[in-house]
Design a binder for this molecule. Structure first.
Ligand SMILES: *[C@@H]1O[C@H](CO)[C@@H](O)[C@H](O)[C@H]1NC(C)=O
Ligand SMILES: *[C@@H]1O[C@H](CO)[C@@H](O)[C@H](O)[C@H]1NC(C)=O
Ligand SMILES: *[C@@H]1O[C@H](CO)[C@@H](O)[C@H](O)[C@H]1NC(C)=O
Length: 520
């Protein structure tokens, strides 16, 4: 019997790799515990960087480890960036060089961010909206918001999953499902709805698989999943953030925004991604007027709720009165009052039925989608599909790639049947403008409101048709452990005020907690 361990045994390559990985992971976990990287904010992390307690490489490794561990269950991430560690190393080197004379680095420098998979990156990652149809396509350039993130030194950690094609392929499709990564799961209750379409962005930051993330919204896609996964989502005024390089849905309503664990983190991301972009010139030029000098951080202030006039339109609410969610909401209204806000209750939002069921939004979106998507596909450097018609054909041929109970593409087919921006579409646009003017805008102006408040994201359809901004903040957990949010919506360009309100509410309540991964 050998008394010494056999050398041959240790030389087994596979085992060595396993041991090495295990050691690295154990070290990563130990470090993560020591620094409590879980739930760490951008501010905490920058402090740890500056005090030489943490490197961007260590942080990136921590998230890569979490993704390996948790993503097979949660499916919030479609792919990780093979260059993430290289980007982290570069950030670490830059910090070392600049730290000597205390050079100021951008706030997202060295911070790992996940991007919804409809946001183009010109690198080794794919940009596919969750669909196999776009796998292997090559984009002409980074999306406008990605270019800004890169120059701010952020680490592009990976692509987040989503409801495929931002939930615009199949009306019966389940929230959080896409062909490439399957069903995204709500980390608080694995059988609960994660919402969509920016489901992966919300799931991933909720479960600490990244520091911050970006989502997109056309009609509820940031505000909805933010609420259901207990994160903060900012849906910016349309045009405040560039849509260039975003796989489009309807340019009249599309917008890109942060999804993060805290209001402050979301604001730090917002600061970086807003502004003019020649590739989305008209909308970003027009909305640039709203960007405050000195950025948005100045609105993260204690007492932000003092004197704010908040409207409550109960015709916009759940009918589930008496439920835990409804009760929590009433108690939040008291909190808002206690923090100095003036509540104007029982307001009536006009045209609500028309806004939700008969605004013409369906038709307009359908026509816009076909045109915008065809332009996006045509501009790709390489692509297996060049038009919506190609995508429809691809789906028909590749049903076998989809592990879904039901196959469908009714929204695609309806869009394909439209023919441009005709009279009917223009009159739908006019109708939506009128509904906003006589509904939301009138209510806000007549009552001199700073924001309209709703439980969950009931307000998102109202905000969508007018390009208005909104913020969702964690507001509680229901009987099944499923999170819900509270939304604050305002007029175009009112982000500063909404941030004050959202931050005030968050600081007064501090409801968010990390997920429990409860099985159904
Ligand atoms: C992008 O897709 C290709 C398949 O076309 C795959 O080989 C590659 O690994 C993907 N990239 C990443 C970063 O996962
Ligand atoms: C937008 O969202 C609202 C509220 O969720 C919904 O009633 C409406 O049908 C949606 N519009 C479209 C075109 O999907
Ligand atoms: C999770 O949600 C499901 C579906 O809504 C529900 O049936 C289940 O009881 C919930 N789990 C827990 C632990 O509450």
């Amino acid at each position: 019997m050998a008394t010494e361990p056999s050398l041959a045994f240790y030389q087994s390559r596979v085992l060595l790799v396993l041991i090495a990985t295990e050691l690295v992971e154990r070290r990563t976990v130990a470090l993560a515990r020591a620094l409590s990287l879980e739930e760490a904010s951008v501010h905490d992390l920058q402090l740890a960087f500056r005090q030489n307690k943490l490197t961007s490489r260590q942080l990136t490794k921590f998230y890569l480890y979490r993704i390996r561990r948790l993503n097979p269950l949660l499916r919030g991430v479609i792919e990780v960036n093979p260059d993430a560690l290289r980007q982290a190393d570069r950030a670490d080197r830059e910090r070392e060089r600049k730290a000597k004379p205390y050079g100021l680095l951008p706030v997202l420098h060295g911070i790992p961010i996940l991007l919804k998979d409809n946001i183009a990156t010109k690198d080794k990652m794919n940009t596919t909206a969750g669909s196999f149809a776009l796998l292997g396509s090559v984009v002409p350039r980074d999306a406008g918001v990605v270019a800004r993130l890169r120059s701010a030194g952020a680490v592009l950690l990976g692509k987040a999953s989503l409801s495929e094609w931002a939930h615009y392929r199949f009306s019966g499709a389940r929230n959080g499902w896409c062909a490439r990564s399957g069903q995204g799961k709500n980390p608080y209750n694995l059988s609960a709805d994660p919402w969509g379409s920016s489901s992966g962005s919300a799931i991933s930051v909720a479960a600490n698989m990244g520091t911050v993330s970006l989502g997109t919204e056309t009609n509820g896609s940031i505000l909805g999943p933010s609420g259901s996964n207990s994160v903060v989502g900012i849906k910016p005024t349309v045009g405040l953030t560039s849509r260039s390089g975003i796989i489009p849905l309807a340019p009249r309503q599309d917008t890109v925004g942060p999804m993060c664990r805290t209001v402050a983190d979301a604001v730090n991301v917002l600061n970086v991604i807003v502004g003019f972009d020649p590739y989305d010139a008209e909308a970003t030029r027009e909305a640039s007027q709203y960007i405050p000098r000195g950025g948005y951080n100045q609105f993260l202030k204690a007492g932000g709720l003092r004197g704010k006039r908040l409207g409550i339109a109960r015709n916009l609410y759940y009918s589930r009165s008496g439920s835990l969610v409804a009760n929590a909401f009433e108690s939040h209204l008291n909190t808002l009052r206690e923090q100095g806000a003036v509540l104007l209750d029982h307001l009536e939002l006009a045209n609500l039925n028309e806004i939700y069921f008969d605004s013409g939004e369906d038709l307009a979106m359908s026509a816009e989608f076909k045109l915008a998507l065809n332009t996006y596909l045509r501009d790709l450097v390489v692509s297996p599909v060049r038009s919506l018609a190609d995508v429809i054909e691809f789906n028909n041929k590749h049903k076998h790639l989809e592990k879904m109970d039901e196959f469908g593409q009714d929204l695609f087919l309806a869009a394909q049947a439209t023919n441009g921006i005709n009279k009917a579409v223009k009159s739908a646009w006019q109708n939506m403008d009128r509904l906003s003017r006589d509904g939301f805008e009138k209510l806000m102006r007549q009552n001199e409101l700073d924001a309209l408040v709703t439980p969950g994201h009931l307000i998102s359809g109202v905000l969508a048709i007018g390009g208005f901004p909104g913020i969702s903040v964690p507001a509680g957990y229901d009987e099944k452990g499923v999170p819900f949010g509270i939304c604050f919506g305002g007029l175009r360009g009112s982000e500063p005020t909404l941030i004050e309100i959202a931050y005030g509410f968050e600081q007064a309540t501090k409801i968010r907690g990390p997920p429990s991964f409860m099985q159904g």
